[in-house]
Design a protein around this ligand. Sequence first.
Ligand code: PA5
Ligand code: MN
Length: 217
Amino acid sequence: MSDPMTGERKRMREPGTCVVDIASGELTGATNRYAKTLADLAGVYEDEAAYRAMLEKMAGTVVYEVTSYTPSNDAGDMIIGVTRMLPGKIGREFFVTRGHIHARANRPEMYYGESGRGVLLLESPGGDIRTVAFGPRSVCYVPPFWIHRTVNVGPDPLVMTFAYPADSGQDYDIIVKSGGMRSRVVDDGKGGWTVADNAAYRPRSAETVAAILAQTE
Ligand code: PA5
Ligand code: MN
């Protein structure tokens, strides 16, 4: 006869808690961490000369960092984390994360603003664009199938908490393959931001779009 207690020990994970340290932009007690310098973001910004000039000034500086509590990558589990991104611009374009679609494209995400002013830039596989401005205490919903990246449009570090299904995965190539996202978030010259077309953008084929949207698992 199977032992129900052994079964329970195998099945159950331990609860946990982490503290969002807004000043450092870190999740205290995180199990995973990665950081990106400007050098890691080659090809992301439109103004190559401005990018190279900024690279000289910021060599080695971490532009954004992600700390997360990742209990597992199992279906049904959840990853919780914090991103901290410096303020800044490359030419007229605000600092961004690389951006991705979830490798299992039908997985959603939640963002919660902790400090700073951000814009969530989303693109559907077919090339529709949405922007969601957020600040402290905003809870943002990233629906399944949207490519997403975060933009720091304020003068201070942007800190946000996120949570997503643990088996989502990230596909960064989708953006690289199409020459970037269709839109860029740029300075409007009046202290705010606006959206501009990305001249290098190449739309995905109808077959590629259909294959992404056909994902059900
Ligand atoms: O899961 C997300 O969408 C975010 O937590 C991002 O991973 C995070 O902001 C870092 O961005 P990127 O994955 O583009 O490096
Ligand atoms: Mn994501």
